[in-house]
Design a protein around this ligand. Sequence first.
Ligand code: ADP
Ligand code: MG
Length: 325
Amino acid sequence: ENVINQIAAGEVIERPASVVKELVENALDAGASRIEIATAGGGLTLLRVIDDGGGIAAEELPLAVSRHCTSKLSDDVHDIRSLGFRGEALPSIGSVSRLSLRSRQAGGDSGAEIVVEGGRVGPVKPVAANRGTTVEVRDLFFATPARLKFMKSERAETAAITDVVKRIALAFPAVRFTLTGTDRGTTDLAAVPEDGEGLLRRISQILGREFPENALPIEAEREGVRLSGYASIPSFTRGNALNQFAYVNGRPVRDKLIAGAIRGAYMDALPRDRHAVAALFLDVDPALVDVNVHPAKADVRFRDPGLVRGLIVGAIRQALEAGGM
Ligand code: ADP
Ligand code: MG
């Protein structure tokens, strides 16, 4: 069973940033309004995620770290509202690290903790705990030294963690996120209202205060696909495409099609080595998109890629033209 978990870990847990993604998604699924992320050593020494969500009952802790135990299974895989649904993340992480899961439920009067070390699950112990859940992952990949060798520099792993947190945080403006242990000091994203104005504030928290005044609103809809968001004016660019944030039905995605469409839209407006800054949200009928191509990768498969590409290129070009650019 632990071998199976380690194989699954090889799929789901590529690097510290993948752990952060899974833990933060769990916190969001638990209804957290505040998520604190701490890292050390590029996330290989320590990753800690504290949330104030619904918590886990003491008797559920062993289940939470067991394979394919999820409290989130839905009958229709296309109709998944929650971010997690496979029940693989915690057992995978526990199989390759020292994992501790400490939690207290909203109604519960005491907390409990379970520890998993390289797949060995310990007993549930009562502990003092705040409401919500604290997950601590130490010595990631100590149990799979071969995997450790694939890690990039501490700086690169930290940068990947920061990127994951920003990409998720942009889609959850009402949640306060803090991230410590990076070379940029503490990132503290205050909670903002869950309306258009709040979203714009969260976008500027992440993409920079100068972004909104240098951005054009993007809005379009075609055949069941709705596009909204912001894209920069051609004079506001970056040397890489890291500041392009895209979401499909609220999930952060890293998708070649979307990236290519953005590039195509600016083709005549930008030099080849410059990249637009953008936050784009696609809302697609769930039957027309598969967001679960790979458990850890953030790519998607659209039923009609041409439609999506055309929509993005058309909407950005139209905004640029309307702005006289
Ligand atoms: P999944 O998210 O796919 O269900 P995970 O392995 O990520 O699988 O988590 C297993 C289970 O542990 C979840 O279904 C949930 O019940 C519980 N869980 C994990 N993290 C949290 C958390 N931060 N708050 C509350 N429950 C959690
Ligand atoms: Mg999960």
